[in-house]
Ligand binder design. Structure first.
Ligand code: ZN
Length: 253
């Protein structure tokens, strides 16, 4: 089951993230954020941060990242719908009823998100593979560490025409799905980004991503799939997807 995005936003607005996480992790205020020992990896000095204002937690050690829903999923081992239902209960919100049309739209959206997630994974694997050596070298020179690369899910679009299409076809994603998700047009059509680093733009529920940003370089250009259903998310993602500097990684922005 999926949920209307307004409903998910309402949950995020009502749940105080610092309070929620404080039940499991001892947090200390530091500047505008809170920090503590990461519950997802072993550490002696805190690299786990919680930003109430931005509405997410992030670990600079292991890359764990998410909003209130992602937190409950990860810490309690729940599925997305289970975590939503749990938080809705805490926030005093009833799960919305959906019309058949809304259910169909939600199914379609979920399918698109799966395709975008597959694309994000493919770009990541290209960056990690032999063809991504040059891009990895560029990131190293910019002071972007491998864990930061993983945390922001950076990927690489190789300089081969049709590469994404072939890669995703092999994973069972057909051309019509690629076109519907805006990937063929955005990534392989006119003005195709090739030989570029990409960062997926997070969608609000952190379940998926599309090729969204590339690292800033002279002449940088955003790449965005054209998917009307996801347009609202795209607007959100423009803020959320920006690379943020990582402590200890000079020039890592
Ligand atoms: Zn961690």
């Amino acid at each position: 089951m999926s949920f209307p995005s307004e409903f998910l936003d309402e949950i995020r607005n009502r749940i105080a993230l610092v309070d929620l996480i404080s039940r499991r992790v001892k947090l200390k205020k530091r500047g505008r954020e809170h920090e503590g020992l990461c519950p997802f990896h072993n550490e002696k000095t805190p690299s786990f941060t919680v930003s109430e204002a931005k509405g997410f937690f992030h670990c600079f050690g292991c890359g764990a990242h998410g909003d209130a829903i992602g937190w409950v999923m990860k810490i309690e081992g729940l599925s997305f719908p289970e975590a939503v239902e749990k938080l809705a209960g805490q926030a005093g919100l009833a799960i919305p009823e959906r019309s058949p049309e809304q259910q169909e739209a939600a199914r379609r959206r979920a399918g698109l998100l799966e395709v975008l997630e597959a694309a994000a994974q493919w770009f990541e694997s290209e960056l990690a593979g032999s063809g991504g050596a040059g891009a990895r070298g560029y990131l190293e020179r910019r002071g972007v560490r491998p864990e930061t690369r993983a945390a922001f899910r950076l990927g690489f679009a190789p300089d081969r025409r049709g590469a994404l299409r072939l890669g995703l076809n092999a994973k069972g994603v057909d051309d019509s799905q690629l076109a519907e998700a805006g990937l063929i047009k955005a990534v392989e059509g006119e003005g195709t980004p090739r030989g570029l680093l990409l960062q997926p733009a997070d969608l609000p529920d952190h379940r998926s991503a599309r090729p969204g940003h590339r690292l800033r370089r002279p002449g940088a250009r955003r790449v965005q799939g054209q998917v009307p259903e996801l347009a609202r998310d795209a607007a959100v993602s423009q803020g959320a997807g920006a690379l943020q500097p990582c402590p200890g990684a000079p020039g890592g922005a």
